[in-house]
Design a protein around this ligand. Sequence first.
Ligand SMILES: Cc1cc2nc3c(=O)[nH]c(=O)nc-3n(C[C@H](O)[C@H](O)[C@H](O)COP(=O)(O)OP(=O)(O)OC[C@H]3O[C@@H](n4cnc5c(N)ncnc54)[C@H](O)[C@@H]3O)c2cc1C
Length: 395
Amino acid sequence: MSEADVVVVGADPTGLVTALGLARAGFRVLVADTGRDGIASAYCAHDWSVLPGLDRLGVLDDALRAGFASTRWCLRVLRSGERIDLDLRVLDGITPFPLTLHLEQAALCRILEQHLAIESTARIERDVRLVGLAQDDAGVDVILDGGGAPGRIRADWVVGADGIHSAVRRHIGLGFPGYTWPERSVVALIDGDLAELGYAGTTFQVDDRYGAVVQRVDDRRWRYTFAEPLTLPVDRVAERIPEALRAVGDEAEYAVLEWHSARMHQRSAERYRVGRVLLAGEAAHVTNRMVGHSPISAFFDAFRLTEALSAVLGGHADDTVLDVYAADRRRIFHDHAAPLSASRKHLISQISDHDRLETELEYYRRASADPGALRDLLLFNRELEGRSPLDSAGR
Ligand SMILES: Cc1cc2nc3c(=O)[nH]c(=O)nc-3n(C[C@H](O)[C@H](O)[C@H](O)COP(=O)(O)OP(=O)(O)OC[C@H]3O[C@@H](n4cnc5c(N)ncnc54)[C@H](O)[C@@H]3O)c2cc1C
């Protein structure tokens, strides 16, 4: 007899969304995480496409109360001063939430955790590290180190939502092929009045030297994400931030509250399922941390995996639906999330040729002027949702 239907390793967005979905469906879930709270400068602008899923989970109202909604996205071309505005309200009637939810990832996770705490079949163990996995035909032995959890837990299924350095992925023998960009991303969380300078809720600042993604966190705080070559010394990132933020003004205009730098990768596990162990979110795939396709894909992984695991645990489908989940999410990463992320990063910070840049910008100018073209551009993110694993298998 297993002690949990599912052990979810990792209590950040992917793990918490999966755990909450499973607990709401009545399944016994244990979530295990090494840490306590996320980093304030982690992601904060949640795409319209994931909001219906958060609503179905019953957390969107709380999230909107804790954060705020914005409907404007803009491109700001630094050299010419051109500004291209894109208004999400063209999605009125297509989605109930034509907006971006601005809320720090850590705050969203706290809301998810509060909802999880109400579920009698769910439990979160903090300060525990997954150190081993052994599976057979009937279940998985999960070996945890630290905290109050027993060292060994028997589960029917395990979800690895433990991020880019996933221990789950390693323990099931999967590599993480792909490549590392020759740049690192730097996120500076700053206090300043960037709205006054014309920044929208989300702004792609297009420039081959000062390119950045700028996102509003709340009334005063903004996330300013840029890329810099890996050849620059990592121990002197802080000294270079004022120069990278030149477009905002001199240092008197803002205060850097915290910053975080990381190497940028484009990688995917060879498979997202090995027996009774499944991968989701950044444990499964990662792309550059500039433009937000990692978190969008992570939410959709969690929604789809919840559907598939609930159907299997509830006896409504056989486990081939988990193969469909695994194959479909991997295909979507390779066919959509990875190329789109790479091309957006390229547009924001890497095009020095004037004609090439004009061609790329024309697409956004057309979208800004033509609601139909803008809808097509925005609806692309639905490709990241993919199909329900239950549509085509095991039913
Ligand atoms: C500082 C920062 C800035 C970011 N900025 C951007 C951005 O600008 N654009 C963008 O697209 N994305 C960005 N991201 C990435 C985005 O937030 C991720 O897509 C998202 O965090 C994916 O979530 P996840 O739940 O899959 O993994 P993670 O958020 O990495 O969560 C993994 C969880 O697993 C836990 N864990 C790890 N190992 C173990 C173990 N052995 N045992 C138990 N628990 C374990 C960790 O403590 C963590 O809570 C950023 C992330 C960070 C941290």
